[in-house]
Write a protein that binds this ligand. Structure first.
Ligand code: PEP
Ligand code: MN
Length: 338
């Protein structure tokens, strides 16, 4: 249930409603938003009677929320969530490009990539330090050293950084450096990790699970938001299907649906979504044409030598060309490049 407060409601009225919700054994969640004050109620098993709240002082109306994921829904928060990452705004209109290597491999590799993508218009630097690899024999990331190199790249270029947090054990060290915590596809339903990043209050990018429905994905986002952290963006990175020509099937069809049902910013990852470098540019153009808030791609100075995800990495020249295309698409849509 959502309690919408009247424009004349005082902080005491809001407190009164929250106290009443707690008396009923439920949880009040104050919904951030510039236009109105609202309180989302969670924790109820069945439907709640609006009459329980309708006549409390300051209440304009009590409305039932039909979706199982409450706090991430547009029913509860109609305005777009905008996440401010060191001055880069994700959500609310502009398209923000994020780029960098799959894994941080060396100082030279990450600094040269950061400089190039920054020059071409990327605003956020990506790079994995703790890597979740399918095989235990594959490169697992430079770990703490990788984080230090990302921090150095941020100092040099001024770009905020996004990096994956693989488990609760390393959350503290990763969160000390990361500006955005990436939860990978393999961890989308790691509920302890979701709760921990929810409690931390740092921006989170939640990737869609390898075989997850939109409902499961939004329920995972609800874990983070219900801990009080509304700074969550969703990242479509392809799902497992019967097709083997691509690594995953990039599910572009869900993007307009997501836009209608959730207020969270939407990011697309055409690199993992296809697994094929030559498909990344066209799928980036397609994703941009749907009007998403962010696109994240993998770039490497020498893809054939990459320690992870080489086949999908763009060369510097490919990234330059891709940024030209992105500018054309956003201009055609009347959208700005963040
Ligand atoms: C990555 O971003 O390098 C990564 C491992 O992504 P995903 O979790 O989508 O596979
Ligand atoms: Mn990767």
């Amino acid at each position: 249930m959502l309690i919408v407060m009247s424009s004349t409601a005082t902080p005491d009225h809001v407190r009164g409603v929250c106290d009443r919700v707690r008396e009923l054994g439920l949880t009040p969640n104050e919904i951030p938003g510039a236009v109105r004050v609202a309180i989302g109620i969670t924790g109820n098993k069945g439907a709640l009677d609006p009459a329980l709240f309708n006549r409390l002082p300051g209440v304009q109306e009590a409305v039932a929320v039909s979706k199982p994921w409450k706090l991430v829904s547009r029913e509860v928060k109609p305005d777009d969530t905008v996440i401010d990452v060191r001055g880069v705004k994700i959500g609310g209109g502009a398209l923000v490009m994020m780029a960098g290597p799959c894994s941080v491999e060396s100082r030279e590799q990450v600094l040269s990539t950061a400089r190039h993508v920054r020059e071409q218009g990327a605003r956020i630097l990506r790079g994995g330090a703790f890597k979740p690899r399918t095989s235990p024999y594959d490169f697992q990331g430079l770990r703490e050293e990788g984080l230090a190199l990302l921090a150095e790249a941020r100092d040099v270029t001024g770009m905020p950084i996004i990096t994956e947090v693989k488990d609760t054990e390393t959350l503290k060290v990763v969160a000390e450096v990361a500006d955005i915590l990436q939860i990978g596809a393999r961890n989308m339903q790691n509920f302890s990790l979701l709760e921990a990043v929810g409690a931390l209050g740092k921006p989170v990018m939640l990737k869609r699970g390898i075989a997850s429905t939109v409902n499961e994905w939004l329920m995972a986002a609800e874990y983070v938001v219900s801990r009080g952290n509304y700074q969550v963006m969703l990242c479509e990175r392809g799902i497992r299907t019967f097709e083997t020509m691509t690594r995953n099937t990039l599910d572009l069809g869900v993007l307009p649906i997501l836009r209608g049902i959730t207020h969270l910013p939407i990011v697309v990852d055409p690199s993992h979504g296809t697994g094929v470098a030559r498909a990344v540019g066209p799928m980036t153009r397609a994703a941009a044409a749907t009007g998403v808030d962010g696109i994240i791609v993998e770039v490497h100075p020498n893809p054939s030598k990459a320690l992870s995800d080489g086949p999908q990495a763009l060369t510097f020249d490919m990234f330059t060309e891709l940024m030209g295309d992105v500018r054309n698409v956003t201009a055609a849509l009347g959208q700005t490049l963040g």
